[in-house]
Design a binder for this molecule. Sequence first.
Ligand code: NCD
Length: 434
Amino acid sequence: MSATSEPKKTLIRGARLLGGEPLDVLIDGGTVAETGTGLNAPGATVVEAAGQVLLPGLVDLHTHLREPGREDSETVLTGTRAAAVGGYTAVHAMANTFPVADTAGVVEQVWRLGRESGYCDVQPVGAVTVGLEGKQLAELGAMHDSAAGVRIFSDDGKCVDDAVIMRRALEYVKAFDGVIAQHAQEPRLTEGAQMNEGVVSAELGLGGWPAVAEESVIARDVLLAAHVGSRLHVCHVSTAGSVEIIRWAKSKGWNVTAEVTPHHLLLTDELVRSYDPVYKVNPPLRTEADVTALRAALADGTIDCVATDHAPHPHEDKDCEWGAAAMGMVGLETALSVVQHTMVDTGLLDWAGVADRMSFRPAAIGRLHGHGRPVAPGEPANLTLLDPAYRGVVDPAGFASRSRNTPYQGRELPGRVTHTFLRGRATVVDGKLA
Ligand SMILES: NC(=O)N[C@@H](CC(=O)O)C(=O)O
């Protein structure tokens, strides 16, 4: 496979490291050999990168790769190809597969498929409870001790709503510095919910999904995490009230981290007026005030990182009436562009901030070795090069993902990943898979 050909010397010339001054970076084998100006390397492949921004390879804490079980929507191979195109060098694969990733056997299978893909490292997430059913703890220790070395556990797609189970899970993972990533959704408050509860849901007559369904679970969980002295990560934060609770928990010094998706940084529930299920997602698109609060929280660090919640679905599960449609959007191939549009071009975050929120911090939360490292001699050459001046219209026909359910079809977005390097090997060259 071309993506696994031998790495060689590559000289990236004149790229703006984290958006700073132009710099040359020499990659030799799997590592960064040298950085400086006026570097020469006879025989090296030269990438002329004037005007481009060099970032540490992006890390996603929240990707649905769908294998095993739903290979019609995505496989580890197609999902990691999409990740590479999006500038990612590592993704965390969510556990809501068929069978559920709740045993050492399944997480090892996903981990092996990731290694074979060669496009992007795959770190499996283990389920918190058997079958995501919320009743009995899964084999957390065995998944951690497996070859996959699982450190993040999540029932994502479902909430661990039983407080005793959540407490036990938080206590259990302390032994190996693990973290519980909670999908905060109070199930009784969201029965029949179809979209954000508010003015638009009232007008459209669709079942409302109140902000309090998310906020009440986050409030309980930060208290539980503090009580047992463990690590909590909050998945896809979507409301201004959730931000306030997380800010309060952090001010107490509790070990709480949080993510926001690109779509919650840009889109609102006004889009649901179209009744186009491409906008149907869990948690639902919220209001303009929520979007503003989420952007501010990502900028000030209350929300630690951006995570895609890449949720591929085949067209038959999305091209149907709103009520019957599956929830979720693909996101790997557009995430960096949406973050540039919402955070960088608005002046809320500089490129060093993007490196922090999309690489350093997610890698630190996942305790992921070899990723989220500074671009410096001796470090693994996991790198992303992007052209921030590029403007393009999103066309899902060209996606590497097996699914097309993007809310950005036809929308102009800035920026394009030109090159991605995984341990010195180019997985993307000139915007195309190597
Ligand atoms: N985020 C989504 O809208 N969908 C996710 C799981 C989920 O429901 O959270 C999926 O797996 O499709």
